[in-house]
Design a protein around this ligand. Structure first.
Ligand code: HEM
Length: 200
């Protein structure tokens, strides 16, 4: 008890503040310190961040128009020296800049090194849908896929094409998009849409 009273008395004597005010200011300083220090990266982490950025920003490697599915699998992120690739409708995109999505441990890592057209159209994580086969999809599913394709065309560099994939020009894509839109208006019966808006 004597010690407690001495400390409290000391605080008032040396700072001119009441103990309550002193500890409140101390707590506020701790919060500010936490906030400000959180804005900086530790030296070691900084090097790692720079390396990852340099990797993502390097010039995409063009693979040509006859890439096999086996070859594409080699770009699934398991080799950190190779770019991360993903295909939609046979068109291969370099998605290395979104390593946090598609890299190992990322929420969409299963799509890397694959043509994920069916999974994206159906908004499905079922491994059986990890294929470029889009047979049997309805108009609204094709529209979802089309939106994904536009997003990828806009965001990522196209680096190749899977064997047998049909080359699609941007105008052609837009025409298809309109066609799908019309079909959808005819077919749409108010069915609930998958959560594409949160992702696209
Ligand atoms: C309710 C469930 C879901 C939520 C809350 C969600 C949320 C998100 C968010 C916040 C992003 C980041 C968007 C951005 O910053 O650009 C994202 C990206 C993405 N989502 Fe989802 N998502 C969900 C379901 C799905 C499903 C079912 C799929 C496909 C099967 C999917 C595929 C993707 C893909 C491919 C990306 C990355 C797009 C890119 O490369 O920019 N998501 N998602």
């Amino acid at each position: 008890m004597g010690l407690y009273a001495t400390v409290m008395g000391g605080i008032t004597e040396y700072t001119g503040l009441s103990p309550a005010a002193f500890f409140t200011i101390l707590a506020m300083m701790a919060v500010v310190y936490k906030l400000v220090s959180g804005m900086f990266v530790a030296a070691g982490d900084y090097v790692a961040v720079k390396k990852a950025n340099a990797y993502a920003l390097r010039e995409p490697v063009q693979l040509g128009e006859n890439v096999t599915e086996e070859q594409l699998r080699g770009y699934d992120g398991s080799d950190p020296e190779k770019p991360l690739l993903m295909a939609i409708k046979g068109q291969i995109y370099d998605v290395s800049r979104s390593r946090m999505f598609y890299g190992p441990g990322g929420p969409y890592a299963l799509f890397a090194g694959r043509d994920a057209s069916r999974a994206l159209a159906l908004m499905s994580f079922d491994p059986r849908d990890l294929t470029g086969n889009i047979e049997g999809l309805n108009a609204s599913e094709l529209e979802v896929l089309q939106d994904w394709e536009y997003k990828f065309m806009e965001k990522y560099v196209k680096v190749g094409q899977l064997v047998g994939a049909r080359k699609q020009t941007e105008t052609e894509g837009a025409e298809n998009g309109n066609k799908i839109q019309e079909d959808k208006q005819i077919e749409d019966n108010g069915a609930q849409q998958p959560p594409t808006s949160v992702c696209q």
